[in-house]
Design a binder for this molecule. Structure first.
Ligand code: PLP
Length: 387
């Protein structure tokens, strides 16, 4: 049997409470979703601003598809670089206050492309232990030395930077950590990069559109001016509500990536109508800052309401509000009990998070009402005592 080893591996995952299930969604994303034949109050999406199902984006998508068709037909360098892509790149550069921006089809591909283009065998990557999987895979692909430092462990990072003899040094970090919701200390990281002549790649997948008073992301949050050491990357399938990713920074760096980032060069450009919808999304983010304020309000309401003793709400000012439960089995049981109450909160288990730190990952959206948060809080407070 060619796959008998795989069957054994699957059985082992099952025993450890680690076998993943996919639930089929039969509605759009939003505060209310239809999943597994059931209506559910959702805290499971990264659609932090409630834009994934916004009528203005849908209208733009429709009219852009009518004008430009559905498929881009080719890669950016071989005839697939269409007007909506180009306009979006210009908008992204202006919105982020950077010289230039480059569109990628996904965040995963952006990270692979950026890192493997900028560093190679004689170089060294310094990476936070809790970075997103795509950044770890990017480091492997680049063949650079991959030095991982403890989560937010700046003293150790500094030691490693000081000891490095690498030709080029690249510090890589999630700006907002996707399973913890905490924020990387960007000003301190930038200061280290200046002291040790390193570049700083920020993956702002969860900060873009959310952090800062106008949603411009982690740099706005810290009031950090753009710097020729910063490579700013963010995704467009989370708060921006659509799909894709981009990198922004010095024009030379961006042009170099056009020439050398293989996940940019050797893949079909994203459908042009998605790029058009993203331009509309950015306009909404820019002109309607109430969504960021609303999120902050909801986060405060959640924190005030939860009265947990055994479980622990993690320290986070972002819409990612994880509750550490501990074992895989209990975490799954809580997620299942919530599902029975028509509340969807995903159970996050190893290897996505460290062993023994299985958690519920609550993600809030500007589309939630106060009553939605109250329902979640009440369910969690009750379950902690009874499960
Ligand atoms: C989601 C995510 C990515 C990947 O982005 P996609 O566009 O979904 O491929 C990269 N980095 C971080 C930190 C993420 O959370």
């Amino acid at each position: 049997m060619p796959f008998s080893e795989l069957t054994e591996a699957l059985n082992l995952l099952e025993e450890q409470g680690l076998r993943r299930q996919r639930h089929v969604l039969k509605s759009s994303q939003g505060a209310r979703i239809m999943v597994g034949g059931m209506n559910c109050l959702s805290f499971s999406s990264n659609d932090y601003l409630g834009l994934a199902n916004h009528t203005a984006l849908i209208d733009t998508l429709k009219s852009a598809a009518a004008q430009y068709g559905v498929g881009a037909g080719a890669s950016h360098l071989v005839g697939g670089h269409m007007a909506p892509h180009h306009q979006l790149e210009e908008t992204l550069a202006r919105f982020t206050g950077q010289q230039a921006a480059l569109l990628f089809s996904t965040g995963y591909m952006a990270n692979l492309g950026i890192v493997s283009a900028l560093v190679g065998r004689d170089d060294e990557i310094f990476a936070d232990k809790l970075n997103h999987a795509s950044l770890n895979d990017a480091a492997l692909l680049s063949r650079a030395k991959h030095t991982r430092y403890p989560h937010l462990g700046l003293p150790l990072l500094e030691k490693r930077l000081a000891a490095s003899k690498a030709r080029r040094k690249l510090v890589v970090t999630d700006a907002v950590f996707s399973m913890d919701g905490d924020i990387a200390p960007v000003p301190e990281l930038l200061a280290l990069c200046e002291r040790y002549d390193a570049l700083l790649l920020l993956d702002d997948a969860h900060g873009f559109g959310v952090l800062g008073s106008t949603g411009r992301g982690v740099l706005e949050h810290f009031g950090v001016a753009s710097s020729d050491r910063i490579i700013y990357m963010a995704t467009l399938g989370k708060a921006a509500g659509v799909f894709g990713a981009f990198v922004a920074g010095p024009a030379e760096m961006v042009d170099y990536l056009v020439q050398r980032a293989r996940t940019y060069m050797y893949t079909t450009a994203m459908p042009p109508a998605l790029a058009a919808a993203l331009s509309t999304s950015l306009r909404l983010i820019e002109n309607e800052a109430w969504r960021q304020a609303r999120l902050r309000q909801l986060i405060a309401t959640l924190k005030q309401g939860l009265k947990l003793e055994r479980w622990r709400l993690m320290e986070s000012i972002t819409p990612i509000q994880p509750i550490i439960i501990g074992t895989n089995k209990e975490t799954l049981a809580v997620s299942e009990a919530l599902r029975k109450r028509h509340i969807c909160v995903p159970a996050i288990r190893p290897p996505t998070v460290p062993k023994g730190e299985a958690r519920l990952r609550i993600s809030l959206s500007a589309a939630h009402s106060d009553a939605d948060i109250a329902r979640l809080v009440e369910a969690l407070n009750a379950l902690e005592r009874t499960i």
